[in-house]
Ligand binder design. Structure first.
Ligand SMILES: C[S@@+](CC[C@H](N)C(=O)[O-])C[C@H]1O[C@@H](n2cnc3c(N)ncnc32)[C@H](O)[C@@H]1O
Length: 166
């Protein structure tokens, strides 16, 4: 389905799409390696590449047409087709892992996040987002995998949840 709608995906996004995510990242030490999981057309990856000029930013998505749209925009971020449930990266590869409106595969999130690294999960329409996962569940699943320092953010209608590994 996402391959089919890739060319028009961004007509569905509102200007405030990333507001809660960016709020969640305020105060987080600048990461060197950033991963955007379920990047779609790369909106968050491109924004993070602009916000963090020294960071190496990678976006992954299962849909090749989404990745093609993300790459078509140019910019510094790199993109590849990959499955969030079996990420092609070594353990601890990223200092910051973000998801925007994407299904969290918690074991893989925990595996690729470096010790001391940050995970930030945002839903641009809050609880109205089709694959919304509540803060309670995010905290429970992440705590079970060694995350702490939980914090929740809102930039209505968007929400974000942040956690630190270790
Ligand atoms: C709702 S879209 C969000 C796209 C983007 N993050 C945004 O906010 O604009 C969800 C994305 O997750 C991707 N996706 C679905 N299952 C996936 C998986 N197992 N691994 C990686 N990406 C996946 C879809 O192809 C789609 O691009």
């Amino acid at each position: 389905m996402f391959d089919r709608i890739a060319p028009t995906w961004e007509t569905r996004l509102r200007p405030e799409h990333l507001d809660a995510l960016m709020l969640a990242l305020d105060g987080v030490p600048d990461p060197a390696r950033v991963l955007d999981v379920g990047t779609g057309t790369g909106v968050a990856a491109h924004a993070l590449a602009r916000r963090l000029p020294l960071a190496e930013v990678t976006g992954v998505d299962l849909a090749p047409a989404m990745v093609a749209e993300a790459e078509r925009k140019g910019g510094r971020a790199r993109f590849q087709v990959a499955d969030a449930s079996a990420l092609p990266f070594a353990d601890g590869s990223f200092d910051l892992v973000v998801l925007v409106n994407a299904i969290p595969f918690f074991d893989e999130l925990a595996r690729v996040t470096a010790p001391g690294g940050t995970v930030a999960i945002s839903f641009s329409r809050g609880a109205e987002t089709p694959i919304f996962v509540s803060d309670d569940r995010l905290q429970r699943e992440l705590a079970r995998r060694g995350f702490s320092d939980f914090a929740a953010f809102a930039a209505p209608p968007a929400t974000a949840f942040r956690a630190r590994s270790g």
